[in-house]
Ligand binder design. Sequence first.
Ligand SMILES: [Zn+2]
Length: 266
Amino acid sequence: MLKMNNGTLDDTANTYLTMNQSDVDSKDTYSDQVARGKELWKSKHSAQFKNIRLKLDSLCVGKRRCNYCEDSVADEIEHIKPKDLYPSLAFVWGNYLFACGNCNGPKSNLFAVFNNNEVVEISRKRNDLVISPLIGEDVFINPRVENPLEFLILDLKTMNFISKPGLSDLNKKRAQYTIKILKLNTRDFLVEARKEAFNTYRDALQVYVTDKRNGKNKADLLKRQKEMESRQHPTIWAEMRRQRVRYEGINKFLLLAPELLTSAGS
Ligand SMILES: [Zn+2]
């Protein structure tokens, strides 16, 4: 999981969101705001949401891949902070990302905050009273504003995410919670897909270096670099570069192509 690029909406889409959010906020009680947010969210497939979806699409990794798992097609607007808990964020652009159903479904309304340095799950069960959740710092890592790779490391041997060594106790809990909520290690197909993606990146790297050695022109090499930066599972490519000194088979190629360590842009 990577930090997402920033994107801004056009005026029409912004106005549409603001109008809906004002409607939600105008309700007198918290429970009414939750109910109104849910009601208005039924418009998520309306024409007004088209530009919002297009913009979220442009922020996706790979070919419209989910920003959480980086594997499946992203086709659901996910509220990073669940709208049922935070109706004041139901129609806030910065609270959205495009996710796949396999990530969005299980995450659902799960969310936790810190209370005296302890992780407290605040999701609401079916018959719970609809009252404001406990206030505290978010536990879940928000890829719209934070760089997940400052908290997580992808172990390239096991293809499992682990918390980054040296984190504070709180940040370690944030890393572990995010891995758990998104089931980043417990979906076998994801782990397998990462292994395949690793092999694809390694092969592409090898071909790049061979072509460079053989005098391939710069424009072609740049095109190849951009292609490598727009594949699915970009976290693997980021980790291959970040952890290169631990993997001689990778490092020997990157030493010959140091330009790959910085982004070619799009
Ligand atoms: Zn996903």
